[in-house]
Design a protein around this ligand. Structure first.
Ligand SMILES: Nc1ncnc2c1ncn2[C@@H]1O[C@H](COP(=O)(O)OP(=O)(O)OP(=O)(O)O)[C@@H](O)[C@H]1O
Length: 264
């Protein structure tokens, strides 16, 4: 179980650019639950994920993952607990390293260094099998540099990387936003498969209202650093994309320029 308790995040405190990114967010997420997170630009969505990943340390409140209080732990200290996939496929991997080398690094997240060889024969075979499962033919390109792959191929490899070290929490930050619709669908199906097979507790930020309702068990909407909508169960099942867009409009108090962006 994940618990955010009265989380406050202030960037640039005491400067003219001071920004309250999260304002007393409290949220409990059951183990194995898949939560979709929506909200306008600057609402605090990435910050919410950052607080769990450890790259944002809150100025107030407490975050726990299971029995572990991670509030003040940095990213390295919780690397074995939390995995993250970003919008930019290269943000979570190293473009100059091969697919295989990236997988080797990902598999060692949260492990103490020097105990096991990063690329032993067994590990190599395991990586090859995991990549072959993607059905993209990348198992024959294990030595290719990551930055030679297409955006969709990189996101597929990034998802495999995120599930290699056995982290039970998966954070997805608009991980299909830069992909064409066909590839976005492929990556979402893969995401769904990994999440359900591995029973991952998942938070997925998306600007697509369609994705927000089609995937997961629960949807939350952030606005100005606060949770303004939290739906699950039957009330979520009956919710339509149009309802979400109407709420979005009401909360933002303005007309959206491009509904297609949100629906797609
Ligand atoms: N490191 C930082 N330093 C200063 N301000 C920041 C920092 N990170 C985020 N912010 C500010 O905090 C607010 C929340 O940012 P956040 O990235 O969480 O929003 P978001 O909902 O993910 O937005 P988007 O949909 O545009 O990605 C924004 O006003 C942003 O400019």
């Amino acid at each position: 179980m994940i618990n955010y308790k009265d989380i406050q995040v202030v960037f640039g405190k005491g400067t003219p650019l001071e920004k309250q990114a999260l304002n007393g967010v409290s949220l409990t997420i059951d183990e194995g639950s898949f939560v979709t997170v929506i909200g306008s630009n600057g609402a605090g969505k990435s910050t919410l994920l950052g607080v769990l990943a450890g790259d944002v340390i809150p100025s107030g409140g407490q975050v726990t993952i299971g029995d572990t209080d991670v509030t003040r732990k940095g990213t390295a200290a919780r690397a074995g607990l939390v995995a993250r996939v970003f919008q930019d496929p290269l943000a979570g991997s190293c473009g100059a390293l091969s697919i295989e080398e990236n997988l080797a690094l990902a598999a060692r997240r949260g492990e103490s260094r020097g105990l096991t060889p990063a690329l032993g024969v067994k590990r190599r075979e395991h990586f090859r099998e995991r990549i072959a499962e993607l059905g993209l033919g990348l198992e024959d390109r294990m030595g290719d540099r990551m930055d030679l792959l297409s955006g969709g191929q990189r996101q597929a490899v990034s998802l495999v990387m995120a599930t290699l070290a056995g982290s039970k929490v998966l954070l997805l930050d608009e991980h299909t936003a830069a992909l064409d619709p066909g590839m976005a669908e492929f990556i979402m199906n893969l995401t769904q498969k990994f999440v359900s097979e591995r029973k991952l507790t998942t938070l997925m930020v998306t600007h697509s209202m369609r994705q927000a309702l089609d995937f997961g068990h629960r949807t939350i909407m952030l606005h100005a650093g606060e949770i303004v909508l939290d739906v699950s169960g039957d009330s979520r099942k009956t919710l339509q994309v149009e309802d979400l867009i109407a709420m979005f409009r009401r909360i933002r108090g303005q007309t959206l320029d491009d509904d297609a962006l949100l629906i797609g």
